[in-house]
Design a protein around this ligand. Sequence first.
Ligand SMILES: *Cc1c(COP(=O)(O)O)cnc(C)c1O
Length: 482
Amino acid sequence: MGFCFSDRVPLIFERSRPGRRGTPAPARAADPAELFGEANLRERPPALPEVDELTALRHYTNLSRRQVGVDTTFYPLGSCTMKYNPRVLEAAARLFADLHPYQDEASLQGALFLMHELGEYLKALTGMDAITLQPAAGAHGELTGMLVVRAYHADRGELEQRRVVLVPDSAHGSNPATSAMAGFEVREVPSDADGEVDLEALKRELGDHVAAIMLTNPNTLGLFERRILSLTEAAHAAGVQLYYDGANLNAIMGWARPGDMGFDVVHLNLHKTFATPHGGGGPGAGPVAVKAHLAPYLPVPLVEKTPAGYRLDFQRPKSIGRVRSFFGNFGVLVKAYAYIRLLGREGLKRAAALSVLNARYLKELLKRRGYRVPYDGPTMHEFVAQPPEGLRALDVAKALLDEGFHPPTIYFPLIVKEAMMIEPTETEAKETLEAFAEALGRIARRGQEDPDWLHGAPYTTPVRRLDEVRANRRPVLRWRPD
Ligand SMILES: *Cc1c(COP(=O)(O)O)cnc(C)c1O
């Protein structure tokens, strides 16, 4: 075990040779001193690798071939919705590549139209009254939403007393984190034996010291909260705001709406549900939609439709201010808009139905192969399984790499031991799900016969099993020349 450097790829810095160049840059570049000011220029040139274009191309292409990704294999990473997104949507995003955010409103009418229309679609899908498209990620949307809730209570003179945010123990880790960042005290609510929020325990916590409840439905076990209406009613009766973590809207879009369930705020992850991949640190978008009473606090500017055209409304005195420069990650918004137009109302409903069907089918296939599903309730777009008795989720995940699959999310949610959180997504074919189940079946059988084999996996990947403790404690984040 430990790091295996046997066929380590040299870093691009190690391929550097003084004076090597790629295609020459155009000579007409402006004078940097004039552009940035003499005082802002660096004293020495940056230590960039000096390589020719072919070396750079081969370097990155070869690196990409050592990866497992949605373009090469099934990627059932629970909660992340690693589905296939049609390439035509990337082309749609490129149509806007020449726009500049400093252009005046009159010349940005197409972009403003798109943002307005996208906002209308997302409001209709969530059952909300107003929306901001500014936040750049799901967690960023959560923080924005909680700051809006905070501004609302402050405006009513109740912030002093309403200090607590209730979060179920099955929640996504970003929920307690963003509540705390927004200045609240987080209190955990237990799940019941069915894996849903323990309603009685939650009711006992309610009161005028509570600012909000953050919930996701379906929850992180992939289960639809069947008592959601009693829950939101009880919360509202206590003056508590309801926050819906809508990162996984692909489970319900077109079928059920957070607004109808009684929620006041919801964020969406366009980079999961709406045609931009999640993960890898790429740009995302986490729009926040609210009911009318919270609209005054949304970030500025909001896109407004007037008889004379679209404009940006900055005149919102109660706004929490900006949360992101310019208009957020605009390319992601374009892809979401195009995706919604491509699928239409029926297509979106069908995508949600397929995400659920795929999860339920795969769950049944795994149960027949010895995998356990401790909370086997109304599974939506994902489910949480456990390996057969005696096997560890980490080992099974590593062995899946040898089978050519990306592993599921493991050890989350925390309330399930040896959790394997599996989200097949709506875009996978039946044959793929069956092949994945077969692979898990083989791993279980061989792992039970030969535990050492399983502990040693993976065997065929460019990098063998990592020393995760060392990787976390002593991460190597910089390259230094010897
Ligand atoms: C992915 C996810 C988030 C966070 O989204 P990021 O864009 O990664 O910040 C929040 N809640 C849930 C339930 C999620 O699945």
